[in-house]
Design a protein around this ligand. Structure first.
Ligand code: DX5
Ligand code: ZN
Length: 223
């Protein structure tokens, strides 16, 4: 396995001290800053949006990974790309098949990498028509909407299924997994095929966030 990538979710940082959250992520040796965008419509919660990405961009040289849990990704994609997001992930449940192809085109035209996500109850085959154009598939391991939930049983099989679909088409595609991931289950999640894991609570509530990514990578490799 290549080096496991860790993407702490800034949603679990102190909202009155986001700069500190970004610094912690950088200094911990994590790979990406995951930004959970919720619109109160696609998901019940409302969190953060374009202004946070704009504010983060000059503060970090890490990849900014925007996870759009919104009903109208086509409208918002150009804004997030313009604000400096490097990877933009939309939900397949929010769009038609034609719109999903259009979303990927828009993200690529804006110079960013494109991800598509599926919720836990969405059949993994929904991703198949897009595999050869996507840079990343995000497999949700909790129902999107809140941090701090428990990893849903059955997610490992879904990760493995997406991984084997991706392998079959033979195009380099990252598998990201998001929700309820920490030291207790990283070995199984990585073993099922995750290349990148999102950690909200496990990172920010860890006694020592600065050593968290290294401990995760070690646990993933079974040491
Ligand atoms: C859920 C979000 C996740 C979440 C991760 O809708 O997409 O990124 O904040 O948080 P933890 O790791 O606490 O489950
Ligand atoms: Zn997320």
């Amino acid at each position: 396995m290549d080096r496991l990538m860790i993407a702490p979710s800034i949603l679990s940082a102190d909202f009155l001290d986001m700069g500190h959250g970004a610094t912690l992520i950088k200094e911990s040796g994590a790979d990406w800053v995951h930004v959970d965008v919720m619109d109160g419509h696609f998901v019940p919660n409302i969190t953060m949006g374009v202004p946070l990405v704009k504010a983060l961009r000059p503060r970090t040289d890490l990849t900014i990974d925007a996870h759009l849990m919104v009903s109208n990704p086509l409208r918002q994609i150009p804004w997030f790309a313009g604000a400096g997001a490097d990877i933009i992930t939309f939900h397949l449940e929010a769009v038609t098949e034609d719109e999903a192809h259009e979303a990927v085109r828009m993200i690529h035209d804006a110079g960013a990498k494109a991800g598509a996500s599926i919720k836990p109850k969405t059949d993994v085959s929904a991703i198949r028509p897009f595999l050869d154009e996507l840079d990343m598939v995000l497999v949700m391991s909790v129902e999107p909407g809140f941090s701090g939930q428990s990893f849903i049983d059955g997610s490992l099989e879904r990760i493995a299924a997406v991984k084997s679909m991706a392998n079959r088409i033979g195009h380099d595609i990252l598998i990201q997994v998001d929700g309820g991931i920490g030291l207790q289950n990283i070995r199984e999640v990585a073993g099922a095929g995750a290349d990148c894991v999102v950690c909200g609570n496990a990172f920010f509530k860890a006694g020592d966030p600065l050593s968290f990514p290294a401990r995760m990578r070690e646990a993933a490799s079974g040491k």
